[in-house]
Design a protein around this ligand. Structure first.
Ligand SMILES: Cc1ncc(COP(=O)(O)O)c(C=O)c1O
Length: 450
């Protein structure tokens, strides 16, 4: 059997209909460099999705491979349970404390995004118990939020359709509408939109009973849900509300962290600081799996004072090879100023695509190289509510693939998501602008029967 046949025979892919993958066949990626990936048949693809929104320093960095090999020879594994530790985990925790927003000086390692979310939710409950609020166990999340596929993270995820086949889910996760000015009740023309969306949080806290709420969990820029960028003042209001009711604000920066939005953390652009940051993805740019939660000192201090045990952990948490790789990755992000580069390339892409005035593009939004393109029917695009063409985004994804471009798609919305490597060049920006503009126009006309 060749590789494709073996794949179809044995490998279960993530997020697929089994019959569909059997029909389409697998695309087996065999090597990659910069922002380009190659399949086993020699086809090249410009990866505007950057893996799954994580290859921040780009593919093929030999210096990271060398660091991993060296660390593996010295110490390939030791855990961080009990009083055990290892140098790479300590050095990475210390580095993260330096680059974290002020006050977030404690780090707990996980293996990926979902585990970071699970860990943050458990920590928030523990914190409320330490404060003498034993019923404070609810986590308020956003209806369009995405936080991962494990049971707890899936319970935190909004997107009802994504989880309808897997219930019962974990109790205690409740959802409010996201600050979505394109689709939600408070639009761009409403200067109070940020305050009004945040007021939905306060209403929900009061409806649930403030003493029953542990935390508010949200992505600073919602990624999978369709690159939703909250109003600038939204999180300032959120911070004040969380303080008022003594609940934690957990920022899920699994996708938005490590330079993707033009700053190390997306929350830096909000002017306020969360109590916990969930991270993964860009922490290692995908060179090895690793996640981390960055925790405010006051949270850990409170749990320590109450002398409650943190009975939580993962066999591979603080894995020395993954931690050494993360350190090398962060050094590259800093040395090459990739956050600033992402801000510049993202602005160029948005400007240049907007200048094409594509009739099917209702909005191009984002921060840095976390960009969403909202697709609507051409005739009515200027009006509201904007009519969608069902399947438009997935049709564009397939057509872009044929043109050698990999794009992300919001699964429950007609939005194309771009999260390319932060090393994207200006030439590649232009190539993407051309490809997206042409494909959107062509697919829009085809689907509208023009
Ligand atoms: C914001 C956010 N949180 C959590 C996750 C889950 O991460 P993982 O797939 O590593 O579990 C993702 C993955 O896309 C994400 O975008």
């Amino acid at each position: 059997m060749n590789l494709k046949e073996l794949d179809l025979q044995h490998l279960i892919h993530a997020e697929v209909h089994f019959r569909e993958i059997a029909r389409k066949g697998p695309v087996i990626i065999s090597r990659a460099e910069g922002s380009t990936i190659y399949d086993t048949e020699g086809n090249a693809y410009l990866d505007a999705q950057g893996g799954l929104g994580l290859v921040n320093v780009g593919y093929g960095r030999k210096e990271i491979a060398a660091v991993a090999a060296r660390q593996m020879e010295d110490l390939m594994y030791y855990h961080t349970y009990f009083h055990f530790s290892n140098e790479a985990a300590v050095r990475l925790a210390a580095k993260l404390a330096v680059i974290a927003p002020a006050g977030l000086g404690k780090v707990f390692f996980t293996l990926g995004g979902a585990e970071s979310v699970e860990s943050a939710a458990k920590l928030a409950r523990l914190y409320q118990r330490a404060k003498g609020r034993p019923q404070g166990d609810k986590i308020i999340c956003l209806e369009q939020g995405y936080h991962g596929n494990t049971m707890g993270a899936l319970s935190a995820t909004g997107m009802a359709k994504h989880k309808e086949l897997f219930g019962p889910l974990v109790p205690g996760f409740v959802h409010i509408p996201a600050p979505d000015r394109f689709d939600g009740p408070f639009g761009y023309d409403d200067p109070e939109a940020g305050a009004k969306y945040a007021a939905l949080l306060e209403e929900r806290i009061l409806a649930e009973g403030p003493e029953t709420v542990a935390a508010f969990l949200a992505e600073p820029v919602l990624g999978v849900g369709g690159t939703i960028v909250p109003p600038d003042d939204y999180f300032r209001h959120v911070r004040a509300i969380c303080d008022k009711y003594e609940i934690l604000w957990i920022a899920d920066e699994v996708m938005s962290g490590f330079g993707r939005t033009g700053t190390t953390w997306a929350v830096e652009q909000t002017g306020v600081t969360p109590d916990v940051i969930c991270s993964a993805k860009g922490l290692t740019s995908g060179y090895l799996p690793l996640g981390a939660i960055l925790i405010a000192d006051h949270v850990v201090e409170r749990i320590a004072e109450a002398d409650l045990p943190f009975t939580h952990g993962f066999t591979y948490a603080g894995h020395p090879v993954a931690c050494a790789v993360a350190l090398a990755n962060i050094e590259i992000l800093e040395r090459e100023r990739l956050a600033e580069h992402a801000a510049r390339m993202g602005a160029l892409f948005m400007e240049r695509l907007a200048s094409r005035q594509n009739p099917y593009v209702a909005e191009i939004r984002g921060k840095g190289l976390m960009i969403g393109i909202e697709l609507v029917g051409a005739a009515e695009a200027a009006g509201r509510p904007a009519p969608r063409i069902p399947g438009f985004a997935f049709a564009c994804e397939a057509a872009l693939f044929k043109e050698g471009v990999i794009t992300g798609v919001a699964p429950y919305r007609e939005t194309l998501n771009l999260t390319p490597p932060l090393v994207l060049t200006e030439l590649e920006v232009d190539r993407l602008v051309d490809a997206y503009d042409r494909v959107i126009l062509c697919e829009g006309r085809r689907l509208e029967g023009r």
